[in-house]
Design a protein around this ligand. Structure first.
Ligand code: NAD
Length: 369
């Protein structure tokens, strides 16, 4: 099968290379079994790129990223580079990728595997079967709005300013991602803002409502204030299918939703850009966790967030929903069979290594395929 699926791996720093390796094995498996073929390249990002090229993302790596259909990133950063000036830090590599690829929609699923329902801080019955996704606007809003800054006042005190600003286009394009996603899932979108106290929220609500009426009336739309949403996420998270929200509220609510599911080592994410002429979106997939310097190089990291990020890539970049489900089922079966890395193991239970977790997922894939 000829491949028109170009993937760039950017393993990065710390446990990044260890977990990305296990996800790459899944790709190799599909290739070997002739289920699907991929053209996979690899480059450096973050501290690894600083050490080799003196910059957290070389122009060549940026070019490769723009040419790829999808990117799988590991993690960036670590103590070795902590004291560099802000503009040279490993994180700048990730920010450049997001900016140059115009990744405006951040997707954070919150999915609870039955075998891990007891790992949540909430009661099993509240989280068991949870399957929702938060779509966060990523390139606008209060983190980027002007005016911003800290100024001195005549009386010697100071004033800090940030500005929440959204345009119709910014709202519509991210809402569209939410509606499209909902069509492939439970067909329900909850749009979240604070229209009760913010004009940007009023505009958000109006534009989402208009888009819904014009193009997505087959999807059920509801609206919720962000403070209520925070409460509902811990009270009854299973009421949600797709939440669409702005940059600031999405930042907070997605971390809250993530923790419903237990460990950082289980959480995938996707960041999507605009569709190109061929209908394909620029997209970057990465685990939510960082480079975990405390366990780097010890073969202890949980690779499932990276493997589940790859499943998201199959689904959203390559329309390979069946294969994405296969990977997710293989993860579920490995967990049901008792496979646990340290981060998700109960006290006293046996723990397996990063590569053993990869072996277990591949073993289950083989049985399923
Ligand atoms: P972290 O996510 O790296 O680690 C937090 C804790 O979770 C650690 O105890 C770690 O061992 C554990 N953990 C994380 N991922 C795990 C996994 N897959 N399996 C098992 N345990 C896991 O966050 P941190 O310690 O705040 O940051 C460490 C470095 O990572 C910093 O340099 C930070 O800037 C960077 N960081 C990068 C990203 C990214 O690349 N997107 C995100 C967050 C933090």
């Amino acid at each position: 099968m000829a491949s028109n699926r170009k993937i760039l791996l950017l393993p990065g720093d710390g446990i990044g290379p260890e977990v990305t390796r296990q996800a790459a094995r899944v790709l190799e498996y599909f290739d070997k079994r002739r289920i699907a073929s991929f053209e996979v390249k690899e480059d450096l990002v973050g501290g690894a790129a600083i050490d080799k090229h003196g910059t957290p993302l070389s122009d060549a790596a940026m070019k490769a990223a723009l040419e790829a259909d999808a990117i799988l990133l590991g993690a960036v950063g670590g103590p070795k580079w902590d004291n560099l000036p802000f503009a040279q830090k490993p994180e700048r590599g990730l920010l450049r990728l997001r900016k140059d690829m115009q990744l405006f929609a951040n997707l954070r699923p919150a999915f609870v595997f039955a075998a891990l329902a007891d790992a949540s801080t909430l009661k099993r019955e509240v989280v068991e079967g949870l399957d929702m996704i938060i779509v966060r606007e990523l390139t606008g809003g209060v983190y980027f709005g002007e005016p911003r800054g800290i100024t001195n006042l005549p009386d010697g005190s100071r004033k800090g300013i940030n500005t929440q600003v959204y345009t119709t286009d910014e709202i519509v394009r991210v809402a569209r991602v939410g509606f499209e996603l909902a069509r492939k899932r439970g067909k329900r979108v909850c749009s979240v803002e604070k229209a009760n106290v913010m004009e940007a929220g009023v505009l958000w609500r109006e534009e989402v409502t208009k888009l819904h009426a014009a193009e997505y009336s087959d999807v059920q739309l509801s609206h919720m204030y962000a403070d209520n949403c925070a409460m509902q996420l811990v009270r009854n998270p299973k009421q949600f299918d797709v939440i669409v929200t702005d940059n600031l509220f999405g930042d907070i609510l997605s971390d809250c939703a993530a923790m419903l599911t237990g460990s950082l080592g289980m959480l995938p994410s996707a960041s999507l850009g605009a569709t190109d002429r061929n209908g394909r979106r620029k997209a970057l997939y990465e685990p939510v966790h960082g480079s975990a310097p405390d366990i780097t190089g010890k073969n202890l990291a949980n690779p499932l967030a990276s493997i589940l990020s790859l499943a998201m890539m199959l689904r959203y970049s390559f329309d390979m929903d069946n294969e994405a489900k296969l990977v997710e089922q293989a993860v579920a079966k490995a967990l049901a069979g008792g496979a646990r890395t340290g981060d998700i193991a109960q006290a006293g239970a046996s723990r397996i290594s990063t590569s053993e977790m990869g072996d277990r997922v591949l073993g289950e894939l083989q049985k399923l395929a």
